[in-house]
Design a protein around this ligand. Structure first.
Ligand code: ASP
Length: 439
């Protein structure tokens, strides 16, 4: 069985085992059994394996972003293409997010998930005030690159790596030596990602089994319309918006792209973090979608940090839902405000689980909706977070392909080859991943 199939199977098995345990706990068949299972299996084995898996994914993020961005920007440095690449990427990220919120708002207004809903929540939500915009901008620039890396400040690492790569390409022979060192380093770090991929079935299984054994399904029933509205828009965004965008901008087949995204989705779904999924996204975008490292090294880490269409969709639907529950009418101006703030909020959302809900406070307060309303949707947020994270990483991949194609930094043969770098049992078959695809 290919690794992709094993990861997907582990995902299904995790959901089934977790839900089975959850049902068992409810029936309470053998008194005392729940305690034993919770201590040794759910809180023991599953928890430990899941946490080690996420830790090892996160471990790779900083080295991978640094080396691939240095390699990418050093190979582009002399060609003056960095500016246009950055410009196109930012534009596409912003436009897709704005489309995502707009569709979410339209769907929510049409469906009316909060109409007639009478919810009182016993969970409270305390909003933290967002930092001033000037601080956000200034904080993109690191004062100390080592600290930026130690603290995993992604935008700061990106700025440092871009500058470093640019300097390498302009530093003559010493620059060339450093560049070749970084290329070797990249091959080694990518190999670490390969190794981790082979452990993924266990990690994915443990994370999902634990989560589903504790997840109450009743919360979903109370909020069914809200839940399914968000899901429907997420699906629409992937199947319609991204597919049209890819077809329109590149002429490439969305079906091929989406089928190659499956292992990335499994990681995104089980970790609910675009940050932790980043190593796998980058590996897939480069080795299976054919995007040259010079583009992917920039677009993927940047996308994981600032491009969150799935999050923006949740925020759009949630805003309308909470307004409806509170019986508030939103004006056209308020809707436009929501599009702008949700786009900005998605930029400011950290690529870890659950942060989209925190930045939703910013959107709600902009249009005068009580932020305590967030408490109403907390119960179903984790499951939505898993799905929206998968959408977030898909957006990063689609934009990477579009930008790479327009810049001629794209290998169509790799894209079209359905089996390119498929993660079969023989890990040596991945040896190609060490070198970026030729353009
Ligand atoms: N979990 C999401 C991500 O990492 C962010 C969020 O919406 O909370 O992409």
């Amino acid at each position: 069985m290919s690794l992709t199939s094993r990861i997907l199977l582990a995902m299904v098995a995790g959901v089934l085992v977790g839900s089975g345990l959850n049902a068992l706990f409810h029936i309470d068949l053998v008194p005392g059994l729940e305690g034993v299972i919770n201590t040794y299996l759910v809180g023991g084995l599953f928890d430990v394996v899941g946490r080690i898996f996420v830790a090892s994914l996160k471990l790779l993020v900083v080295p991978l972003v640094l080396v691939s961005l240095v390699c990418g920007s050093s190979s582009l440095g002399n060609s003056a293409r960095m500016g246009p690449i950055a410009g196109k990427t930012m534009l596409l990220y912003l436009v897709t997010t704005a489309i995502a919120v707009t569709v979410a708002l339209i769907a929510a207004v049409l469906i009316g998930p909060g109409e007639g809903v009478n919810l009182v929540s016993n969970v409270s939500f305390q909003a933290t005030p967002p930092p001033p915009l000037t601080d956000v901008l200034v904080n993109i620039f690191p004062t100390n690159p080592v600290r930026a890396m130690a603290e995993g400040k992604m935008l700061q690492i990106i700025v440092f790596a871009l500058l470093f790569g640019y300097a390498i390409s302009h530093a003559g022979e010493p620059g060339q030596r450093i560049a070749s060192f970084f290329r070797d380093l990249e091959a080694v770090v990518m190999k670490m990602v390969d190794v981790l991929m082979h452990l993924a079935p266990y990690g994915v299984f443990a994370l999902l089994a634990k989560l589903f054994s504790t997840m109450g399904i009743s919360a979903i029933l109370d909020l069914a319309t809200y839940f399914f509205t968000v899901l429907a828009v997420l699906l629409f965004h992937v199947l319609v918006t991204y597919s049209l965008l890819l077809k329109g901008l590149t002429g490439l087949s969305p079906r091929i792209l989406l089928s190659k995204m499956r292992p990335v989705w499994a990681f995104a779904f089980s970790t609910a973090s675009s940050g932790a999924t980043l190593p796998i996204t980058l590996r897939t975008v480069e080795n299976r979608l054919g995007v040259h490292n010079s583009v992917a090294g920039f677009t993927v880490p940047l996308g994981a940090t600032i491009n969150m269409d799935g999050t923006a969709i949740m925020q759009g639907v949630a805003t309308v839902f909470i307004a409806q529950v509170y019986g508030m009418d939103l004006s056209m101006g308020a809707y436009i405000m929501v599009v702008i703030t949700a786009t900005l909020a998605s930029i400011g959302t950290a690529a870890v689980p659950g942060v989209g809900l925190i930045t939703l406070a910013m959107v709600l307060s902009q249009v005068g909706i009580p932020v305590e309303g967030i408490a109403l949707i907390i119960g179903v947020d984790r499951l939505l977070d898993m799905v929206r994270t998968a959408v977030n990483v898909t957006g990063d991949s689609v934009v990477s392909v579009a930008v790479a194609r327009s810049e001629n930094q794209f290998d169509e043969e790799v894209f079209l080859d359905e089996r390119a770098n498929q993660d079969d049992d023989d890990s040596d078959s991945n040896a190609v991943s060490a070198s970026p695809p030729t353009v």
